[in-house]
Write a protein that binds this ligand. Structure first.
Ligand code: FAD
Length: 451
C-alpha cells in the first residue's frame, strides 16, 4: 500500500525529511492534512485565512492530491489508513504539549489498526527540542548559554528537495474550507511565497537587520514568523542561507532563530510552562478584576487605550494578524503592568489573532514581559508607552499608519495627542489609565509579593 504523509506544521515539499521517508517507502504518497476543530475553532480570521491559503498552495504542489479532512486526528488518521490500505504514516515530530499527547493516541490507534507505524522524522526546529543539554545532561534555563550549546551542536544541513513525488489522491470527502474574507492584504501563502519573501529580505534587508530590527515604522524584519510557524519554510534553510550570506545582520538573524529553538526547548522540558509561570516567584501577585478592569482590557484588545503607539500595534494585530517584536513587548507590558492583568489574558488574545501565533514563542514572550519566564525582564522594568513611541517610531509614521484618528497630526507630536494645541483629535479616546500612577501600583504589588 501507499504511505500517508500527514502534514501538520510542515506545509512544504522542500527540506522535509518526513516526506522523503514517506516517498522512500515506495508505494506512493497520500498527502493528508487534518483540520482539527480544537485548533481551527480557536483561530481568528487572519489565522484561518493564512492556513487555508497555505493548504491551497500545498494542494497545488501535490498535483491536487492533498486530502483535507475535518475531525479529531485520533479518528481521521486511522480512517484514512483503512481507506487507502496504507502501510505507514509519516510525520515530523510535534514537540508541543497537545501534539505530544495527540501523537501518542494516534500511535496507539494505528497500532490497533494492524500495526501500522507512525514514523517520525525531523521537527519544526533547526535543532530539535531536547537535543541541546548542559554537560551534566540537564536542560538550559537561560538563553545565552543555550545559544552556545546550540552553536556547538550544529544545525544539520537542509534535506534535499525531491525531484518528484508519486502523489496518490485518496478521494472521498474534502473538508478544505473556503478562506474567510478579510479586507486587508495577508502575507502571500505557501512554500514558494515564503522562499521568495525570504530571498528578497536576504538580498535587500538582511545587512541592515542588526541595526534596524527594532523599528516598527521601517519594514526591517523578515516576516518569516508565520511561514516558520506553519512550516512553509524550515529554519534550517534560513540558517544555512543566512550564514552563506554572512555579516553582522546575518549573525543577529541566526540568533533570533536560535531564540525560537530555545523557547521550544523550554516548553519541551516544561510543558506546564505553556500556561503556568515558569518561575513561581511572583505567585500571589494581585491582579485587577471587576467590570472597570474588564472594560480596560476590552479597550486594550480593540486598540483604544488612548496611548497612540500601543493602540497602533493592537490595531495592526487585528488588521493583519501580525505585530512587530518591540510592539509585542510594549503592548504586553501595558496589559500586565499598567492594567494589572495576568499575562495569560493577553497571551490568549495574541494566539487567536497572530498568523504566527505559536505556543512556545508567544507564551514565553509573555512570560518574559511578565517577569515569570526563563531569563525574564525583571518585573520592576515598566515600559513607558510615550517614551517607547518616541524612541522606536521617531517620526510617528507607524502611529499614523494604524490610527486614522491621528493622521492629521504631524511628526512625533502624534505620541502625545493630549498636548496638542487644539486638544485631542476627534474620535481618539482619552487615556484609560494614568501611566505614572499605575507604574507605582505595579511596583507596590511587586514589592508585596517579594516581601
Ligand atoms: P524577525 O525579526 O525577522 O525574526 C526572524 C525569526 O526569528 C522570526 O520569524 C521568529 O521565528 C524568530 N524570532 C524573532 N524574535 C523572536 C523571539 N523574541 N522569540 C522567539 N523567536 C523569535 N513569535 C512567533 O513566532 N510567534 C508568536 O506567537 C510570538 N509571540 C510573541 C509574543 C510576545 C509578547 C513577544 C514579546 C514576542 C513574540 N514572538 C512571537 C517573537 C517575535 O516577536 C516574532 O517572532 C517576530 O516579531 C516575528 O516577526 P519577523 O518574522 O519579522 O521577525
Amino acid at each position: 500500500g501507499p504511505a500517508v504523509m500527514w502534514f501538520r506544521r510542515d506545509l512544504r515539499v522542500g527540506d522535509n525529511p518526513a516526506l522523503l521517508a514517506a516517498r522512500g517507502a515506495g508505494g506512493g504518497v497520500v498527502p493528508l492534512f487534518v483540520l482539527d476543530p480544537r485548533v481551527w475553532d480557536a483561530a481568528g480570521p487572519a489565522r484561518r485565512a493564512f492556513l487555508v491559503g497555505c493548504l491551497e498552495a500545498l494542494r497545488e504542489q501535490t498535483d491536487g492530491a492533498l486530502l483535507v479532512r475535518r475531525g479529531d486526528p485520533r479518528e481521521v488518521v486511522p480512517a484514512v489508513v483503512r481507506e487507502t490500505g496504507a502501510g505507514s504514516v509519516h510525520v515530523a515530530r510535534d514537540t508541543g504539549p497537545y501534539g505530544r499527547r495527540r501523537d501518542e493516541d494516534v500511535r496507539a490507534a494505528l497500532g490497533a489498526e494492524g500495526d501500522v507505524p507512525l514514523e517520525e522524522d525531523g521537527t519544526a526546529y533547526a535543532v530539535g527540542p531536547g537535543r541541546v543539554l548542559k554537560g551534566d545532561g540537564s536542560p538550559f534555563q537561560v538563553f545565552t548559554p543555550f545559544s552556545k550549546g546550540w552553536a556547538q551542536h550544529g544545525v544539520p544541513d537542509p534535506a534535499s528537495r525531491p525531484r518528484s513525488v508519486p502523489w496518490v489522491a485518496a478521494g472521498g470527502a474534502d473538508d478544505l474550507p473556503a478562506a474567510p474574507e478579510v479586507d486587508y492584504d495577508l502575507l502571500p501563502a505557501g512554500e514558494e511565497a515564503a522562499l521568495a519573501a525570504w530571498r528578497t529580505f536576504r538580498d535587500e534587508r538582511l545587512d541592515g537587520y542588526a541595526e534596524e530590527r527594532d523599528r516598527p515604522d521601517l519594514d526591517s524584519t523578515s516576516r518569516m514568523s508565520a511561514y516558520l510557524h506553519l512550516g512553509c519554510v524550515h529554519p534550517r534553510t534560513l540558517v544555512e542561507e543566512a550564514r552563506a550570506h554572512g555579516g553582522e545582520g546575518a549573525e543577529a538573524y541566526v540568533r533570533e532563530l536560535c531564540f525560537r529553538d530555545f523557547y521550544a526547548d523550554v516548553l519541551w522540558h516544561r510543558p506546564d510552562s505553556a500556561w503556568e509561570a515558569y518561575k513561581p516567584d511572583l505567585a500571589g501577585m494581585e491582579h485587577d478584576t471587576g467590570a472597570a478592569a474588564e472594560r480596560r482590557v476590552d479597550a486594550w484588545r480593540e486598540g483604544r487605550t488612548g496611548f497612540p503607539v500601543v493602540d497602533a500595534a493592537l490595531r495592526q494585530l487585528l488588521a493583519q494578524g501580525w505585530m512587530h517584536n518591540r510592539m509585542r513587548m510594549l503592548t504586553a507590558s501595558f496589559l500586565v503592568k499598567d492594567l494589572h492583568q495576568r499575562w495569560q489574558v493577553g497571551a490568549r488574545h495574541f494566539l487567536r489573532h497572530l498568523v504566527d501565533g505559536d505556543l512556545a514563542s508567544n507564551n514565553h514572550g509573555w512570560q518574559w514581559v511578565a517577569g515569570t519566564g526563563t531569563d525574564a525582564s525583571p518585573y520592576f522594568r515598566v515600559f513607558n508607552p510615550v517614551t517607547q513611541g518616541h524612541k522606536f517610531d521617531p517620526h510617528g509614521d507607524y502611529v499614523r499608519r494604524w490610527v486614522p484618528e491621528l493622521r492629521g497630526v504631524e511628526g512625533s507630536a502624534v505620541h502625545e495627542p493630549w498636548d496638542l494645541p487644539d486638544g485631542l483629535p476627534e474620535g481618539y479616546p482619552e487615556r484609560v489609565v494614568d501611566h505614572k500612577a499605575e507604574r507605582q501600583v505595579a511596583l507596590d504589588r511587586y514589592a508585596a509579593v517579594r516581601g
